[in-house]
Design a protein around this ligand. Structure first.
Ligand SMILES: Nc1ncnc2c1ncn2[C@@H]1O[C@H](COP(=O)(O)OP(=O)(O)OP(=O)(O)O)[C@@H](O)[C@H]1O
Length: 559
């Protein structure tokens, strides 16, 4: 979508009205010069009446009173129309910012987890914090550009009336100016594109600076290498590209400023010798040229902002397109009753970023009965978490099928079946609130869980919001468990949940929490390295290099 389309789609009527008001004010602007030159230079016949009177106002003598009145009226008119036009544009710009952000949030919500992981936090962050602001800045100046262009046209019209030969020369000079200016802008755009690319890398380094702070503090050499060879190098690359781009833009702007004066000089000192023109015509032309500098400046500034904005728009669109909405049915309906989850010849491949084949799990076959406990075990990188993503329906298999009872999971029902699942992944995110309805029964339930999870002395929940999330890793996971309990889903998946727990609570988790969930009819899937507790499981799925090697049932079950 083009910049102007973005703006006019946001509020077509307001944009139209503000442009109209801007144009009217532009025309009024253009009228001020002929008015002043007429007042100074003597009356054309048709304005004779306006020159006639001199009056006293507030003790001051005002000559050509009607001219003065008209001049004042035009000034007030310009102030009102331009002001109103600007206020409306400012409002539309702010609405547009919110609207682009909201549609981006929606896109992030609708896209697949896979796409989001591929694009990555840094690119999404830069798109939201840098690109959207630049896009809106560029869009905001489009109406100003139109208004300034109308003013310029009006002034050129007056020049045509004054002296056609001067007009021809000035138009030629303007075309020359625009061609040179545009060439410079093209160069600056290339530098901005480079800077924008480096900005993504800089964002990634900044993430390292914050999230890796603890590690960096423990290793001065590593910290120095990180600072000097990565962070500052990226910062420097952004700075250098921005500097080059800004220098070219400034050069273009001063060229633009100067060309007005060169044209004034050429008209005054050279052209006046060759073209037949009266003194009034010459003075009028010079005044118009001086006056032209204002709207020309606006045009040039607008073009430079639009240049930057177009770079950001391209980048933003690339991120937006890399997050396509999941091609699934988004309507949520109640799934049909089921007694087991079965994986039949299921295979899924992670696409590698390089030319290599990537990692594949499967084909795998297994069945998980309802109201049972299944452990998924295996070495690092064996594919447990990938299998967990398939089990929690974040991905459909490339081949084979996943069935809930007799129902095959496909694009038409995957979202509905997802609603039956609650998961705490190894990289879970703890929201600072519950995001569910609050009522008295729920409050009592929460109190009970806080006691059971030994969190009552640490956290309270007020209006669905946690009093704090500044907890130890183990406590945070317990709070995540509380959130999962409140979800009250049919299926629970825990990816190495107990890894941070102390031995006492680990025992509670495996010997009490999991069997309780099973007793309540929940289907529990646990990814675990805790072999001490494997006997809690009804079945164990062992992953090895993406394949399911054993489907073992523990030999003895402890009471
Ligand atoms: N988003 C991804 N894109 C490409 N490859 C991936 C992606 N996620 C995981 N992989 C690859 O898949 C393989 C299995 O990863 P997975 O996270 O499933 O292993 P895991 O058994 O859970 O390991 P761990 O016990 O260390 O958590 C790894 O080799 C990893 O490189």
């Amino acid at each position: 979508m083009s910049l102007f389309e973005l703006f006019s789609r946001q509020a077509p009527n307001k944009v139209f009205l503000s442009i109209l008001l801007g144009i009217v004010s532009g025309i009024a602007y253009a009228l001020l010069i002929p008015l002043v030159t007429s007042a100074i230079g003597g009356p054309p016949d048709m304005l004779e009446e306006l020159h006639s009177s001199t009056r006293t106002l507030l003790g001051l003598e005002v000559r050509q009173f009607k001219f003065a009145q008209l001049f004042l009226f035009l000034c007030l008119f310009i102030m009102c129309t331009k002001g109103l036009s600007q206020v409306m544009l400012a409002h539309v710009s702010l609405d547009l910012t919110t609207s682009i952000r909201s549609s981006f949030y929606q896109r992030i919500t609708d896209t697949s987890v896979d796409a989001l992981e591929k694009v990555g936090m840094s690119r999404v962050n830069t798109a939201i914090t840098t690109d959207i602001a630049r896009i809106v800045d560029g869009v905001r100046v489009i109406p100003e550009l139109l208004v300034a262009s109308v003013t310029i046209l009006g002034l050129l019209g007056f020049l045509a009336y004054l002296n056609a030969s001067f007009l021809k020369f000035i138009i030629e000079a303007m075309v020359f100016g625009v061609v040179v200016y545009q060439s410079l802008m093209r160069i600056s755009r290339r530098h901005f594109e480079h800077s924008r690319k480096k900005m993504d890398e800089l964002q990634e380094s900044i993430r390292g600076l914050i999230f890796g702070a603890k590690d960096l503090k423990l290793n001065a050499r590593k910290s120095r290498v990180f600072h000097d060879d990565l962070l500052l190098v990226n910062e420097d690359a952004v700075r250098r590209s921005d500097k080059k781009a800004a220098s070219v833009i400034r050069l273009a702007t001063s060229f633009g400023d100067m060309i007005s004066f060169l044209v004034i000089g050429s008209v005054t000192f050279v052209l006046a010798n060759y073209v037949k023109a009266t003194r009034e015509q010459l003075v009028g032309t010079v005044m118009v040229l001086l006056y032209l500098a204002g709207p020309l400046g606006v045009v040039m500034n607008a073009i430079s902002m639009i240049t930057v904005s177009r770079v950001s728009l391209r980048k933003f669109n690339a991120v937006f397109d890399a997050l396509p909405p999941e091609d699934i049915n988004h309507a949520v309906t109640e799934p049909a009753p089921w007694n087991d989850i079965s994986f039949n010849r299921v295979a899924y491949r992670h696409q590698a970023a390089d030319a290599s084949e990537g990692f594949q799990i499967g084909p795998v076959d297994f069945t998980i009965p309802k109201a049972s406990i299944t452990f998924i075990v295996g070495g690092n990188g064996s594919g447990k978490s990938t299998l967990a993503k398939l089990l929690t329906l974040h991905q459909l298999p490339d081949t084979g099928d996943i069935r809930f009872g007799g129902v095959r999971i496909d694009k038409s029902n995957i979202k509905s079946y997802r609603q039956a699942i609650s998961a705490i992944y190894s990289d879970y995110f703890l929201f600072d609130r519950l995001l569910i309805e609050q009522h008295e029964e729920r409050r009592q339930e929460i109190g009970r869980y806080l006691d059971e999870l030994k969190l009552a002395s640490k956290v309270s929940i007020m209006d669905g919001r946690f009093s704090t999330t500044k907890l130890s890793d183990g406590q945070k996971r317990r709070l995540a468990l509380l959130v999962a309990f409140l979800d009250d889903k049919d299926i629970y998946l825990f990816d190495e949940w107990a890894a941070d727990q102390d031995p006492a609570f680990k025992d509670v988790f495996y010997r009490s929490v999991l069997p309780d969930l099973k007793a309540r009819g929940k289907t529990v899937i646990v990814i675990s390295h805790d072999d001490r507790y494997f006997n809690v499981a009804d079945q164990i799925l062992v992953m090895e290099s993406g394949t399911l090697t054993t489907c073992a049932v523990p030999a003895q079950r402890r009471a």
